[in-house]
Design a protein around this ligand. Structure first.
Ligand code: FAD
Length: 421
């Protein structure tokens, strides 16, 4: 198994900067607008400015700060703070990128304008939507934004993560923590199981009479044998996973009584982490690029929407399976989409590429496992490259898990520096 290193990841945008630009790129003055300054959108904006130095690149996001979900599970076990996860997204002017701090309300594809919340129109020749996910508040009976203030999802890092951590700290030793996991697709397939591991670690070390019960809407999950091996070894008394096949699917919640209901049972919780089902963020639906699944179908080579011309969708909002909805994917898609748009506005056809994803997950502080996938997009469809990629060995010494945890830290530092630095 090979891992992208800090150097090879940073080479991504560095290589773009060093590349001699074709004349059609260097002189191009296209107007390109990007909605969403997360892992996908910020990366795309920076890559486009390097590829098309004379183009007008505009990045729209309502916030001046970005709170990273990757590594946010470590807040729950006490290893990190929300301040460690917060990065400025306000300095794009110095990179020659126009920054608009506002929420995009909708898109008018006919006139090619992004309409902001105050009604202002931002015209584009090419638009990239990278808005991430929104929650399906109608997907689980009883789970409303108000209910999430008592039963936090913590699936968008920030105050919700802090709330869940505080609830764990305030819970009595002997309390029972529950986590409800939705059906796929959702952002970060292994994320709930990394979180389960780190909560179980916290309980084992700080509240040994407590326990975490994971109620799952699925019967299998990412890196399942590796997680289950680690759980049997590390948390036999502190973590129980209940599959959908064993009545694990939560169908109703009551935040007043702090109960979770499955088909045949009612579970009384001390702390309830309810991860709701998800879809592409609202702007995608309003722009006409989301289909009946709630996600955005795209051409896998150019990332252009198959529903609206001149709108490209990257990151969590896009349908890119078997690529997972991860920061790694969003960042790489941002770079590749930028290259394809530069080619298109210069009159060149987009070109098929190879893609990669690596997801690290902590099984305990200082111990991690990983999975690597490689993909083609030939013919406009994403497909896994059979035999490429890999997964951590099942029975490995803790020194290997520690080495992977170091690689995870290197990866996180590299992707943050490349995306927001
Ligand atoms: P986001 O990063 O969500 O960015 C979207 C941006 O769009 C936001 O800044 C938002 O403000 C903006 N936006 C939304 N709507 C509008 C609008 N209408 N107008 C203007 N701006 C708008 N991935 C990994 O690779 N590795 C990990 O270890 C990992 N761990 C995770 C752990 C957890 C607990 C979770 C929840 C996720 C984790 N992920 C991980 C997944 C990762 O966070 C997402 O896949 C990634 O953030 C997707 O990037 P994005 O650019 O598509 O969306």
């Amino acid at each position: 198994m090979t891992y992208p290193t800090r150097r090879s990841l940073l080479a991504g945008l560095g290589a773009l900067a060093a590349m001699p630009l074709p004349k059609a790129f260097a002189q191009n003055d296209a107007r390109i607008v990007i909605v969403g300054a997360g892992f996908g959108g910020s990366t795309a904006a920076k890559a486009l400015k390097r590829l098309l130095p004379n183009a007008s690149i505009t990045l729209i996001d309502p916030s001046e700060q970005y709170v990273s979900c990757p590594f946010s599970n470590l807040i729950l076990s006490g290893e990190r703070t929300v301040a460690d996860q917060t990065f400025s997204i306000s300095g794009w002017g110095s990179e020659g990128i126009n920054q608009i701090t506002a929420r995009a309300d909708t898109v008018d594809p006919a006139s090619r304008n992004v309409i902001l919340e105050d009604g202002a129109a931002v015209p584009y020749d090419k638009l990239i939507l990278a808005p991430g996910v929104s929650f399906r508040w109608d997907g689980l009976e009883g789970y409303t934004p108000e209910a999430s203030e008592r039963m936090p999802h913590a699936w968008k890092a920030g105050p919700q993560t802090v709330l869940l951590r505080r609830q764990l700290e305030e819970m009595e030793n002997g309390g029972v923590v529950y986590m409800s996991v939705p059906a796929a697709p959702y952002r970060c397939p292994p994320g709930p199981y990394e979180r389960a591991s780190l909560i179980a670690h916290y309980l084992k070390t700080r509240k040994p009479r407590s326990k975490l019960i994971v109620l799952d809407s699925k019967t299998t999950f990412s890196k399942m044998p590796l997680f289950q091996y680690a759980w049997a070894e590390l948390y036999p008394d502190h973590l129980e996973w209940i599959s959908a096949a064993d009545d694990g699917r939560v169908s109703r919640v009551d935040s007043r009584t702090m109960t979770l209901e499955t088909d045949f049972d009612t579970h009384a919780t001390s702390v309830a982490n309810v991860i709701p089902a998800q879809k592409a963020a609202t702007i995608a639906e309003r722009s006409g690029v989301a289909d009946q699944t709630g996600w955005c179908p795209i051409d896998a080579v150019s990332f252009e929407s198959t529903l609206q011309p001149d709108i490209h969708v990257i990151g969590d909002a896009a349908i890119a399976a078997p690529m997972p909805k991860s920061a790694f994917s969003a960042n790489l898609q941002g770079k590749i989409c930028a290259i394809q748009i530069a080619r298109i506005v210069a009159g060149l056809a987009p070109q098929p590429t190879r893609l990669l994803n690596t997801c690290y997950s902590y099984t305990a502080p200082g111990q991690a496992i990983s999975i690597v996938g490689a993909y083609t997009n030939d013919g406009g469809i994403f497909q896994s490259i059979e035999g490429a990629g890999g997964i951590s060995p099942l029975d490995a010494p803790s020194s290997l898990r520690a080495a992977e945890a170091n690689q995870a830290t290197d990866w996180f530092d590299a992707i943050i520096s490349e995306t927001f630095g």
